[in-house]
Design a binder for this molecule. Structure first.
Ligand code: NDP
Length: 304
């Protein structure tokens, strides 16, 4: 007999596991699916704004929510969902690995993908000096001079993380100000290994076998010799399902949701950074809250 889940959650980041905890506590049969565990949160080297934890690594926080979910009976499946179909009152999800899953309700917590600079050399030197994740790849640039591109929380926290292992960090900011939390900015400004270059955009990544220098539009910094470049310029929504399912998005591709986090396709809900909810304030607190709101609405529908 085929197994039918009350709720299938697609996406194994913070929103996904937060929703899973709520769903399991409502007594709903819940499956969480993803290709990889942890989402963006797992890449954060330090989180200092999640209430209850003065400082915690992203991976540690994710492992805590995962353990909590599993203890409550949530099932996990490490596969990539490639298609979701509506069949009468149910949904059928198909994975790349060949699994077919039946769900009464679906919660999409599919997050965002990293923005690219789209400049010459970016693709050519990807993995050979150019990277998009300081916590994942920083170790390979230990004792080397590096640049971080961006001016938000991601770039500033990446620069601070690298400052523990690299002698010189150049932060390249395209505008004339930083957009990060003041707490991080204060730490950044007082760090002797970090130099900030405002009004500086990368025009080209240059090297032979690996990156050796960055060209910029700043007349005072035409070339910058570095062995590593960390692009931390924000994210854009993951549109992997929205197009295929006909889910309505805004002009930026963010999933439009109701106050109950339901998408334009009845029965499919969405939470976290890929949605228009919470004024698009992409934080752990908002992602978790959105997932809780979605699950409460789904639970009401499933039990009445
Ligand atoms: P943001 O959108 O907040 O910032 C992106 C930064 O990259 C901006 O400085 C922007 O410049 C710059 N940028 C964007 N496109 C380009 C480009 N093409 N070339 C050069 N620079 C560019 O993204 P983040 O990833 O930093 O943060 C996303 C969310 O995650 C935020 O809500 C943030 O608060 C949260 N976060 C929180 C952390 C924390 O510890 N509290 C850690 C990491 C993320 P400009 O200002 O000119 O537009």
């Amino acid at each position: 007999m085929e197994k039918v889940y009350d709720i299938v959650i697609v996406g194994m980041g913070f929103a996904g596991y937060s929703g899973a905890i709520y769903a399991a506590r409502y007594g709903l049969k819940t499956l969480i699916i993803g290709e990889m565990f942890g989402g963006q949160t797992a890449e954060a080297h330090i989180i200092g704004n999640y209430p209850g934890f003065e400082e915690i690594t992203g991976m540690e926080l994710m492992q805590k929510v995962q353990q909590q979910s599993i203890k409550l009976g949530v099932e996990e499946l490490y596969e990539r969902i490639e298609k979701v179909e509506k069949q009468e009152e149910r949904f059928v999800l198909y994975s790349r690995e060949g699994t077919k899953i039946h769900a009464k309700k679906v919660l999409l917590t599919i997050g965002v993908v990293r923005k690219k600079l789209h400049v010459p050399g970016e693709q050519e030197f990807y993995g050979k000096g150019v990277t998009y994740c300081a916590t994942c790849d920083g170790f390979f640039y230990k004792e080397k001079d590096v640049a971080v591109i961006g001016g938000g929380d991601s770039a500033v926290t990446a620069a601070l993380y690298l400052a523990d292992i690299c002698p010189n960090i150049h932060l390249l900011v395209r505008g004339d100000k930083l957009r990060a939390e003041q707490y991080w900015v204060d730490k950044l400004l007082s760090h002797p290994a970090i130099t900030i270059h405002y009004k500086t955009s990368v025009t080209k990544f240059v090297g032979t076998d690996a990156l050796t220098e960055i060209h910029t539009n700043n007349p005072e910094l035409k070339t910058l010799p570095v062995q590593g470049a960390f692009i931390e310029i924000g994210h854009e929504p993951n549109t992997v399902f929205t197009d295929a399912l006909g889910i309505k998005t805004d002009e930026g591709g963010y999933i439009i949701v109701t106050e109950e986090q339901e998408t334009s396709v009845p029965g499919i809900y969405a939470a976290g950074d890929s949605t228009t909810a919470s004024n698009k304030f992409a934080q752990l607190l908002t992602a978790g809250s959105e997932a809780a709101i979605a699950v409460e609405a789904m639970a009401k529908e499933l039990t009445t």
